[in-house]
Design a protein around this ligand. Structure first.
Ligand code: VGL
Ligand code: ZN
Length: 224
């Protein structure tokens, strides 16, 4: 395997897949950590709260710290909508207004370690964008650099493997993982570091099964 053991597996395999140690994964020179949408509006008290959404923060902070210490790439995606976004109910969409550009709801959870590069998505009022691969490099307080896309940016840095956690399992994590696989990256989903909206019970579990069926490795134990 060029570039070393992709999973750097440690411990006992579980039904959901192998256990992955953050420090071991951070030794993979072709690995990057992708932190999806850990924003106030997706946490308890937010406009589109994911049950126990803030539970991912301590788990991801451990991963972020390991990756930064090892000098690895850490990428954050940020849902970043204008006030009249097509996904909002006033425009016939499924969601209450959330993650409106520049608001506290769109900000990252205050306890999340933010040390890395931010890609924003959903900034086009007329287009939904669940996947981080639809994102653009963040620039300044509100803007984006539309010409810099996530897949090209990752490849440019020699990244071949993605370790993904964040919110929500059944929407933006799912879309980011499936696009990452389509783009040719090896993808490991950090199961203890994701939480689902579960509009219908089981959506999160089904999303994990779908990601696994398409080639993602589910790591870290059963879905919470
Ligand atoms: C998300 C619903 C709407 C997500 C974003 O981050 O999973 N879900 N916008
Ligand atoms: Zn959204």
């Amino acid at each position: 395997e060029p570039g070393g053991d992709p999973g750097a597996t440690v411990g006992t395999p579980t039904a959901a897949g192998a256990t992955v140690d953050p420090d071991a994964a951070a030794r993979d020179p072709e690995g990057a950590l992708v932190v999806v949408d850990v924003q106030n509006d997706f946490c308890p008290g937010g406009a589109l709260a994911v049950p126990q959404g803030d539970g991912v923060v301590p788990v991801l902070n451990r991963w972020i710290d390991a990756f930064r210490r090892a000098g690895r790439v850490v990428v954050y995606t940020q849902d970043w909508h204008p006030q009249d976004h097509v996904s909002f109910r006033q425009r016939g969409g499924p969601w209450p207004p959330h993650c409106i550009q520049g608001t506290r709801g769109a900000a990252f959870h205050p306890d999340l370690l933010v040390q890395g590069t931010v890609f924003r998505k959903g900034f086009d009022a007329d287009r939904e964008a669940y996947s981080g691969f639809d994102g653009a490099l963040a620039r300044g307080e509100t803007g984006v650099e539309p010409e810099v896309d996530l897949a090209g940016w990752l490849r440019q840095q020699g990244v071949r493997r993605l370790y993904v956690g964040g919110l929500a399992t059944d929407y933006c994590v799912r879309a980011t993982v499936l696009d990452g696989l389509r783009e040719g990256f090896q993808v490991t989903v950090l199961v203890p570091a994701v939480r689902a909206v579960d509009v219908s019970p089981g959506d999160g579990r089904r999303a994990l099964e779908e990601m696994q069926a398409r080639g993602a490795v589910l790591a870290g134990g059963e879905a919470p």
